[in-house]
Design a protein. Structure first.
Length: 85
């Protein structure tokens, strides 16, 4: 079994969401996070692009997406890219 790298786009609920606190919460919830970058959307809103490496076992990617989605301040989290590592 190999590993896959997921890029998850995280949309905050509003521009007022503290992105630093959200980054910290994501790292605490998902220890396999490799990188988090801010992606400007417009009108002061920024999305986060989170890179996570997980086993390619069934359901791992869905559980990462659901874990991020459950954090306060997150409107939506979706996997935008998945690649074998």
């Amino acid at each position: 079994m190999g590993s896959v790298a997921l890029i998850v786009k995280v949309m905050p609920e509003s521009p007022e969401v503290d992105l630093q606190a959200l980054k910290t919460a994501i790292i605490e919830k998902i220890p396999s996070v490799k990188d988090i970058k801010e992606d400007p959307i417009g009108f002061g809103l920024k999305a986060l692009k989170v890179v996570v490496v997980v086993n390619d076992a069934g359901g791992e990617s869905d559980s990462v997406e659901a874990a991020i989605q459950s954090l306060p301040g997150v409107e939506r989290a979706e996997i935008v890219e998945l690649t074998l590592t």
